[in-house]
Unconditional design. Sequence first.
Length: 317
Amino acid sequence: MSDAYDNDDTREDGQRKASLRQVAGFMWKHWSSQPGKLAAVALLFGLAIVADLSMPFASKGLVDALTAGPSASGQSAAAFGYGVLIFLAFVFYMSRNTGVRFHIPFASKNMERIVADGFRDVQRFSADWHADNFAGATVRRVSRAMNAYDTISDTLVWFMIPAIGVLIGVTVLTFMQWPVIGTFTGVTILLFVAVAYLSSRFYVAEPLKRYIKADTAIGAALADAVASNATVKAFGAEAREQKRFDGVVQAWTKEANHTWSRFTNAWVIQNLLLWLLQAGLLGLVLLEWSKGRATAGDAVFAITSFMLVSSYLRTLG
């Protein structure tokens, strides 16, 4: 008999399917199988991160040049600032677009390997295992493995890794210019990340597991009901089958409402922290301006930095 019984979705005492270390190892196993494409994706997305991180500083330089007035030197500085800004924008968009072109075959090949390996493993399970497990649930698990890899990989490549790079970069560069403002920015970012992690780990995780289980039950019930439709009709049991399926869907609705509400509750706290970051970052720069230690360009730097940081923090929340 296969050990797959230990991973049955219907068991409350089933072992956890994979630890974070196992997931990381699984991801790296597939990523490292294509080192050339991996290096190209890393290089191009890294270039996009550098360009994005440079935007607030380029905006600051342009605004400072504009406030100097339309003198010959001011016009020259403004033209230079404008050129730097549009060059960075071009680098950001083109490097991301080109990186995606390498990421598409990189991701699809890994997903192909995952679903093929999953099918191979399922075929090797014993006949008793196949007799005792619903075909619909098995199909759902195999397809979900491929989709789970796609979700995790995209989250890392598109959101988490760029966010870590940008958030650290903004904090360090701001600290080098204004230690107090840099410290405030870093502490607020760490607080946001901590709230996002703790809420997802201890507040949302259990309802989300029940929601996923209910989602699997819908796919399993629907697949098996359709496959057995001829038998159901032979016994005139359509009403009973409909009632059974309605119960499965209603259980999913209950879990969906509960889980989505938990996500929204956590979102409120994260939004308040973003508001605190916006108010504090701009307020501290204005305080520096009132003491003659900051310019209009620095205020633009603060606004642009907040917009940049908040866009990446939302992906982590």
